[in-house]
Design a protein around this ligand. Structure first.
Ligand SMILES: Nc1ncnc2c1ncn2[C@@H]1O[C@H](COP(=O)(O)OP(=O)(O)OP(=O)(O)O)[C@@H](O)[C@H]1O
Ligand SMILES: [Mg+2]
Length: 228
């Protein structure tokens, strides 16, 4: 496909606003995620980090502002198309009954994705450091860390340009947390994926060593890339 705007950022968020019941959660949020960049967003609990990610993926309609995906105004795309280009991986692994392979193929059963070729299971698993031997095993007995990596592999099957992670390690023990962090870093460094990762873990912010934004009082500000 011809890239309509080769110089555009992966994601450009401009003056985004969202209120619930008269309470402004996002007031004026603007930032950009460069192509191939890993960007970290932190903020206290309840400041609107998840709301922001949901506005970007159109799970919530913002009240005002604009989101551009590789130079295209997301408002001109349908929501399904937005969610194919920008994939959101949440805090808790969400798997379906069945095998690892069935989980990887699940998004391809959606009507809007049925025309797409089925993903290559072994290569998706290797991207997240899981063995291909798991493919025909049930997903349910996997450890939570393995389940979260399977969720990331499933997201990668649709080859999204942008990955959003909403506190992807919050449900994990310290060892599994580090493995998932390394998986995210590798996806960025080795496959050049554009990634926005939300966390409120300041130690994790340090370990990721990426440009960092802080969301507070409905606005984002840049920090020094450490916990400051
Ligand atoms: N659909 C909704 N309807 C009404 N209020 C909502 C809705 N979604 C979120 N909120 C409110 O918006 C605020 C921000 O919520 P959000 O989940 O984005 O916080 P967060 O920064 O992700 O917090 P945490 O770090 O705990 O995940 C909260 O006060 C929440 O109650
Ligand atoms: Mg949240």
């Amino acid at each position: 496909m011809i890239d309509p705007a080769p110089s555009a950022a992966a994601l450009e968020v401009a003056r985004l606003a969202k209120s619930f019941d008269g309470e402004a959660i996002l007031r004026d949020v603007s930032f950009s995620l460069g192509r191939g960049e890993l960007l970290v967003l932190r903020g206290e609990s309840g400041t609107g980090k998840s709301v922001l990610l949901k506005c970007i993926t159109r799970l919530i309609e913002p009240d005002a502002g604009m989101v551009c995906i590789f130079g295209t105004d997301a408002a001109t795309l349908d929501a399904v198309e937005v969610r194919r280009r920008v994939l959101l991986v949440g805090q808790v692994p969400t798997l379906y009954e069945g095998t690892v392979r069935q989980n990887l193929e699940y998004p391809f059963s959606f009507k809007s994705n049925q025309h797409l070729p089925l993903p290559d299971g072994p290569s998706l698993l290797s991207m997240v450091g899981l063995s291909a031997d798991l493919l025909d095993r049930p997903a349910a007995p996997l450890s939570v860390g393995q389940q979260q990596r399977l969720c990331i592999a499933r997201a990668l099957g649709l080859d999204p340009g942008i990955l959003l992670f909403d506190e992807p390690t919050a449900a994990l023990d310290p060892a599994a947390k580090v493995v998932v962090e390394e998986t995210i870093l590798r996806l960025n460094r080795e496959s050049g994926r554009s990634i926005l990762m939300v966390t409120h873990d300041v130690e994790q912010v340090r370990r990721m060593g990426a440009r960092t934004l802080v969301l507070a009082r409905g606005m984002v500000k840049e920090t020094e890339g450490d916990a400051g």
